[in-house]
Design a protein around this ligand. Structure first.
Ligand code: HPA
Length: 276
């Protein structure tokens, strides 16, 4: 499916018609982290299947609905469940929700994901502030901006030098310190999935400078930055990546870790929203 401005605007219009406010912050909730959406006040709920051309989320741990409302006094648009490349969608479809958010007026995007720890100092249950990303799927040609440039959003060759907004990162560090959360920091590497990494993959990623690995986020951040949206990112560490080949990684483990991670992420996200 070709994602054109018409497709984006049809979707944006369908959401706008149900809202009596302009959302300022978009939030994308990763695997097992959907509970934060329950905290949204005066929620207006759009199940993905009721939105024209919105790709349905097919993965367990992703509810599949857009929740609009207020969180810590900020008008928000929360994606309770994201869309992944490995579900069979194009990168343009995967990032269509970010385009819709941009058309609706979103200025700040908070991305969250479940990720495996490559950095040996990280443990399941830790939250990592994403300070930069390694763009492996996109480097291999799967960049969401491939195709005609949508000039209405941004330039052909957007900058990615400070993709994760330094001021928002600083706010997250302050919130973590106040709440007594030991916030880790590092580089997130995005792969296409859906297979988990082999031990050799992981050793390669470690050498390349990655701290955490997952199957999402990077394409969304590229599209966000293309459109001038500021980004804050958190990885919920759900498992230790298996560099020595001695343990196996399962989706169940990722979902289970989400229960420990979701409250910490909620504290961080709400704290940053309060500080805006
Ligand atoms: N690898 C890739 N994606 C993931 C992992 C992992 O170990 N854990 C959660 N998402």
């Amino acid at each position: 499916m070709q994602v054109t401005l018409e497709v984006i605007d049809r979707l944006a219009e369908a959401v706008r018609a149900g809202l009596d406010f302009r959302p300022r912050v978009g939030i994308i909730l990763g695997t097992g982290l959907g509970d934060i959406a329950e905290a949204v006040q005066r929620p207006v709920i759009f199940p993905y299947q009721q939105l024209p051309d919105w790709p349905p989320s097919t993965v367990r741990g992703h509810v599949g609905r857009l929740v609009a409302g207020s969180l810590e006094g900020q008008p928000v648009l929360v994606m309770q469940g994201r869309i992944h490349y490995y579900e069979g969608y194009s990168m343009a479809q995967v990032t269509l929700p970010v385009r819709v958010m941009q058309r609706l007026g979103v200025e700040i995007l908070v991305v969250t994901n479940a990720a495996g720890a490559i950095n040996p100092a990280f443990e399941p249950g830790d939250v990592m502030l994403i300070t930069d990303n390694l763009n492996l799927a996109c480097m291999a040609g799967l960049n969401p901006l491939v195709g005609p440039n949508l000039d209405e959003f941004g330039p052909r060759f957007p900058d990615m030098s400070q993709a994760y907004d330094p001021q928002l990162c600083a706010a997250a560090r302050r919130v973590a310190a106040e709440a007594g959360i030991d916030l880790k920091e590092g580089v997130y590497v995005g792969l296409s999935g859906p297979s988990f990494e082999s031990p050799a993959d992981l050793r390669f990623l470690r050498l390349a400078g990655a701290d955490a690995v997952g199957m999402s986020t990077v394409a969304e951040v590229i599209v966000a930055r293309h459109g001038g949206t500021r980004v804050l990112g958190f990885s919920g560490i759900s498992n230790k990546a298996n560099l020595d080949g001695k343990t196996i990684t399962t989706h169940e483990e990722v979902l289970e870790a989400g229960k420990v991670l979701a409250p910490k992420l909620e504290t961080l996200v709400r704290g940053v929203l309060r500080a805006l």
